[in-house]
Design a protein around this ligand. Structure first.
Ligand SMILES: [Zn+2]
Length: 298
């Protein structure tokens, strides 16, 4: 934007400038804004081995413990997180698949829908006015490929939030997490600790936080610490079953959310009933075929 245009733009009433920001920066309601990251483990002996065991068996040389020890989260030095830049290819979640989620490259349309940051950096006034529009209602999801001991997704989310300017951070209203075993850590107690840490970080730093979107496979109860978020007035937790066309439930209070964490989702029960019905039909078919075969023999 040259100086003449900038002066003209700043002469417009704030309401009109807000409409420009909204047109250029507001998120599409259905979009998830994916941010790719990679973990690096500078002190591990075999940082690339995909062990995925609950014991995290790799030798670590970090200065937090005496030499030659086995890596232990929350005792050892944690991994470094590298966030992909705008020039890097963008990978989107296609399907949950436990250890190895299926990712795909972003489509041209998805790439075009990503907001351009040029405008917000034109000057300080525009930055202050436009940041809330850019961040409000945008569902951010941190996403990575396979990692040796879980993807440390909540940890990476917290690191990413900490890198934002205080103004930007305070206007993050929505965050998305994939919740299944190995997503955060292969040790469930460490996943719980990490979710607890993220919840408290949100309560302390995200002044306008409104919604946590959990993509969750059934019977993954480690998400319980997120019930702390209901301490903040107006918070909603949206849980979507991690299956194709999965059911979505919204929670507004801790009690209901915690009940959902421990009970299998309704879809699970109806699916089991359908399976049972099909099995019964199948066994009736087998019986009648058997009867027919026997009567033919007779
Ligand atoms: Zn260590």
């Amino acid at each position: 934007m040259d100086l003449d245009r900038l002066s003209l733009f700043l002469l417009l009433p704030l309401e009109l400038r807000q409409r420009v920001y909204s047109h250029l920066l507001s998120p599409h309601p259905q979009d998830v804004t994916t941010i790719n990251y990679q973990l690096s483990w500078p002190y591990l002996q075999n940082p690339d081995s995909l062990t995925f065991t609950p014991y995290q068996l790799d030798m670590c040389g970090c200065p937090k413990q005496k030499k030659d020890h086995i890596y232990t989260r929350y005792v050892c030095q944690e991994p470094e997180v590298q966030f992909a830049s705008k020039q890097d290819p963008l990978w989107i979640l296609h399907e949950l698949w436990g250890l190895f989620n299926i990712l795909r490259p972003a489509s041209q349309r998805e790439l075009e829908r990503r907001p351009s940051a040029h405008l917000i950096h034109v000057n300080k006034q525009i930055y202050r006015e436009s940041i809330p529009v850019l961040y409000r209602g945008r569902n951010f999801r941190l996403l990575s490929g396979p990692c040796p001991r879980g993807r440390y997704q909540a940890y990476a989310t917290q690191k990413w939030l900490a890198r934002l300017s205080p103004l930007a951070r305070s206007h993050v209203t929505d965050l998305g997490l994939i919740c299944q075993i190995y997503e955060e850590d292969c040790v469930e107690s460490d996943a719980i600790q990490s979710y607890n840490s993220l919840s408290h970080y949100i309560l302390r730093n995200l002044l306008h936080f409104e919604k946590l979107h959990l993509l969750r496979l059934p019977r993954y109860s480690a998400v319980q610490p997120f019930s702390e978020l209901f301490q903040k007035k107006g918070v909603t937790i949206v849980v979507t079953s991690g299956r194709p066309n999965g059911e979505m439930s919204e929670f507004y209070e801790s009690k209901d959310f915690l009940r959902n964490c421990t009970e299998p989702p309704a879809g699970d029960i109806s699916q089991s009933r359908r399976l049972l019905r099909e099995l019964r039909v199948e066994s009736e078919d087998i019986e009648s075929t058997l009867e027919e075969t026997l009567s033919l023999r007779e």
